[in-house]
Design a protein around this ligand. Sequence first.
Ligand code: HEC
Ligand code: HEC
Length: 311
Amino acid sequence: MPNCAKHLLAIALLGLLSACPRQQQSEPATWTWPEQLPAGAAADAVRYGEALLNQTYKHLGPQAEKPELRLTGNALNCSNCHHQAGKQQNAMGFVGINGRYPAYYAPLDREVTLAERVNACFARSLNARAPLPEDGPEMQGILAYMRWLSEAVPAGQTPPGSGLPEIQLLDRPADPVQGQSLYNYHCAACHAPDGKGVLRDAAQPASGYTFPPVAGPDSYSTGSNLARLSVLARYIQANMPLGRAVLNNEDATDIAAFILQLDRPDYADAGKDYPNPATRPADVPYGPYPDPSKAQQHQLGPYTPDLSGLR
Ligand code: HEC
Ligand code: HEC
């Protein structure tokens, strides 16, 4: 065999060998993140990002230590919804999220980066007055944390248990009256009968919640995905009552309907949302609706094929 052919063979074999780790990487993604933090200063950024998600009220809330970081309009934490700062499955977790962005975001009808998606939840669920600057240590920390959480997941793959489990939609309108009595039984002990939650320290309203508000002026805005009936019902069925998620789809949906009939802050830019009607979900709680006479059906269902919007 001529020398150069031997070389080529050796290179081909090396290529095969070095392909092996890649082979492993393409195995189905699992819900895991690295056991260890990265080395050095990178670990500080990851830790800061995790702290921001777990104690948002403290670092970015109305009484944050640094006045320039008093950005949120409520005292919620990201982790009140993305439990354990995104480490928990079935609660809109962040494992693998880094490889899924940029991604299409229907409310704006365009692709957004992960930083833009974080700022979307910041504006809509934390009711923030201004976005986190993309090059600041806060956004950089959140992104470093999400990157680290995603390291074990091959790009483009979604580990099982991401997002929220599907729910069977009802073939009748959801019933907020029935939902209220179920709420009183299953939820009010923690979230209070009026939905306004329980503060850590009643004398310090900005000191955060032991049980976060599901409604009222300190809750998430109408522009949060959690203000959509189907999304809230899925979240409730998968996660609430906390530690004992036992509700069937009918009860979870009726409770969601009760919660969404209570007052909450309006999302200021709602009128600009979903410029493309073809990607507008049927249960967005605000108009403009193609047929305004069906507003109530958009809010309570049933999400039958004759109703405009995705289901
Ligand atoms: C009131 C509940 C709530 C709070 C608080 C909240 N989010 Fe969200 N977030 C949601 C919902 C609901 C979704 C959409 C999930 C879905 O549709 O599957 C979402 C989606 C996201 C996504 C996209 C997830 C994906 O898989 O594509 C990111 C990133 C995100 N939120 C970041 C944050 C950050 C960072 C914070 C804190 C600054 C935060 N969220 C606070 C409810 C919340
Ligand atoms: C044992 C107390 C407890 C019970 C009972 C309970 N929750 Fe929760 N709920 C919590 C806690 C604590 C959180 C925040 C979780 C976290 O930060 O990890 C939460 C978060 C939430 C959230 C997202 C955050 C927010 O402020 O909106 C919703 C919605 C919610 N619960 C609805 C319900 C519903 C509906 C029920 C009844 C079916 C219920 N919960 C029962 C303790 C409880």
